[in-house]
Design a protein around this ligand. Structure first.
Ligand code: PLP
Length: 356
């Protein structure tokens, strides 16, 4: 199949660029001495998760139970549900999944921790617990060392849980465009984690792992004086990149594009068949790769551009760089893996919509 035979709009991945991004991430994490646990939320495709395991990933991070179920079904043996799971039926399912793999889940509430222990007891499994610490994003996570200890100790004492470490994801820094601010805040986080680990260990607990870190700050861990406190990193977007991350100036390149067809033109106007149903806008509109500074006028089934004296014709193919790769991917059923003009594989986004 050739690229012009793809029914548009569709997501394409440049195979060689994604391979280079994977290679770079492997080198960065190796030099930093941290394990790679890529985040499934970016691509939601078991085929890509398996590629990352072949790259040497320790395991895969998931955001949702539905994603974790698919990862276990795909044979991934080490899954981190980097989120809180609180609904009783979901806890039951999670506890059953823990019989099939090394399953770690995050907690920030005592009631939830005790309920997870009951679910694991009923299932006859062990759940590994990361106590989530709010390292600045103000999303989930406990705010004090004391609260972190209380949960860690309770996990350590519980019959069907083990205290495995700390989740400290600094999502608020991922897209901080100011390098100095991003770097300084990262160093403060490292100091906080050093102090937190020391505090818990002084009280007799073992902190086996500290997990977190996005595409936006992973490079700081490479060559960090004294080493990073993180034992594993959870980047997702590095595989694909997007316009939001391109502003951060990282060593990864765009491998993911939304391929669209021109469906109408006027002297200064170009209209394509992509739109809000195929491109997310939560972190900015998709950018026309040939004219990244031209505005994209978004409607459901159309994107319009004002480009004086453009040379486009109906049925020309154009590429968009997604505004945000993760949310754009979730609008599609498949990726077309391309090499030059050739489509070399069609990759199902099998966990698309698994947001429960
Ligand atoms: C908990 C957690 N870990 C890792 C990531 C991966 O971040 P990125 O795609 O920016 O690398 C995210 C992204 O939202 C996240 O929420």
């Amino acid at each position: 199949m050739k690229i012009w035979e793809i029914p548009t709009p569709a997501l394409i991945i440049e195979e060689s660029v994604m391979a280079e991004n994977r290679k770079k991430m492997g080198e960065i994490t190796k030099r930093a001495g941290v394990a790679l646990r890529p985040h499934y939320k970016t691509y939601r495709s078991e085929k890509i998760a398996k590629l990352q395991m072949e790259d040497g990933a320790k395991g895969i991070a998931a955001a949702k139970l539905g994603e974790a179920e698919d990862l276990v079904k795909a044979g991934i043996q080490d899954v981190l549900l980097a989120n809180e799971v609180t609904q009783p039926a979901k806890m039951e399912k999670l506890a059953l999944l823990a019989k099939e793999c090394h399953m770690t889940v995050c907690v920030d509430q005592m009631e939830n921790l005790l309920a997870l222990n009951e679910a694991a007891k009923k299932a006859g499994s062990t759940l590994h617990i990361f106590v989530e610490y709010n390292i600045g994003q103000n999303r989930c996570g406990v705010n004090t060392f004391e609260d972190c200890y209380a949960l860690a100790k309770a996990a350590d004492d519980a019959s069907n849980l083990t205290f495995a470490g700390i989740e400290a994801y600094a999502g608020h820094l991922a897209h901080e465009y100011d390098y100095d601010k991003r770097y300084a805040a990262t160093m403060v986080i490292e100091d906080t984690l050093r102090a937190l680990k020391g505090y818990l260990e002084e009280k007799g607990l073992t902190v086996k792992d500290i997990s977190g870190v996005s595409t936006g700050t992973v490079c700081f861990r490479d060559g960090m004086e004294g080493g990073t406190m993180y034992t594993e990193v959870q980047p997702g977007s590095y595989l694909f990149m997007d316009t939001a991350y391109n502003g951060v100036k990282l060593p990864f390149e765009d491998s993911l594009f939304l391929l669209a067809s021109v469906i109408s033109t006027k002297k200064d106007l170009v209209v394509t068949d992509a739109g809000l149903k195929t491109a997310s806008v939560d972190m900015g509109n998709p950018a026309l790769a040939d004219y990244p500074d031209v505005e994209s006028g978004m409607s459901e089934e159309h994107i319009s551009h004002i480009i004086p004296n453009h040379g486009y014709h109906v049925n020309d193919l154009v590429r968009y760089i997604p505004g945000h790769c993760c949310t754009t991917v979730n609008l599609h059923d498949r990726f077309y893996l391309v090499n030059g003009d050739d489509v070399v594989d069609i990759i199902e986004i099998n966990s698309r919509g698994k947001s429960y």
